[in-house]
Design a protein around this ligand. Structure first.
Ligand SMILES: Nc1nc2c(c(=O)[nH]1)N[C@H]1C(S)=C(S)[C@@H](COP(=O)(O)O)O[C@H]1N2
Ligand SMILES: [Mo]
Length: 202
């Protein structure tokens, strides 16, 4: 048994510092401005803590898309010179690309995630889409500013622009845009359309 008071108190010191550091890490990892949000009107709005280690801006229930997004008859309509309709299994059977990209929300949070799915430019090639054309992505969401997102050819032809099917190693959660959502580099979160119904060269 150690009776050396020096050793005992030193161990006590390390335990205390360790615990304090762990506490601090948990607080900052969770939400760095948690202590501000109750008092500061200008603090970023706290994102709803979401599944798959990513915040959710708007849930499937809030967007009114639950029934359509989980319908086994769902197809993604892809339009170029021709139109094809692809189910989720058909999309998963196409060559898959993985990228690490953030969702950067204007409300003041940004979280990086691992996405996998089909390149938008590969989908457009399937339908002989004009490679110089801008692309419009449309959501199942019936109305509102998030329903469509247009992007120029520089995004549409980028290797990292995907119709994402998987997130952080799992099938996309319904709240993150299942059955398929757009993910592209260097674009604000509002443009990363969830619950896609169509991708068209326009
Ligand atoms: N259809 C649709 N897509 C959407 C939204 C939405 O409300 N509806 N919110 C956008 C916003 S503002 C952000 S920040 C991201 C959030 O994606 P996440 O909820 O998967 O984190 O989705 C974007 N895509
Ligand atoms: Mo956002």
């Amino acid at each position: 048994m150690s009776t050396d008071p020096d050793r005992t108190s030193r161990r006590g010191f390390f335990v205390t510092v360790g615990a304090a550091t762990a506490g601090l890490t948990v607080v900052t990892a969770g939400q760095s401005v948690a202590w501000l949000s109750g008092t500061n009107l200008f603090a970023p709005r706290e994102p709803r803590q979401g599944p798959q280690s990513l915040a959710v801006n708007r849930t499937a229930a809030a967007a009114g898309v639950e029934a359509l997004a989980t319908d086994p008859g769902w197809r993604l309509t892809v339009t170029g010179a021709r139109t094809v309709r692809l189910g989720r299994d058909e999309l998963l059977a196409l060559p898959q690309t993985s990228v690490t990209l953030p969702i950067a929300c204007v409300e003041g949070w940004s979280t990086s995630a691992d996405w996998a799915g089909v390149r938008v430019r590969d989908l457009l090639a399937l339908v002989d889409g004009d490679r110089g054309a801008p692309v419009r992505c449309t959501s199942l969401e019936p109305q509102g500013v998030y329903r469509t997102s247009d992007m120029g050819r520089e995004f549409a032809q980028d290797d990292r622009t995907l119709v994402a099917l998987r997130l952080n190693g799992e099938d996309l959660d319904l709240d993150h845009g299942f059955p398929a959502r757009l993910i592209a580099p260097a674009r604000p979160g509002v443009r990363q359309t969830k619950w896609l119904t169509s991708v068209e060269a326009v």
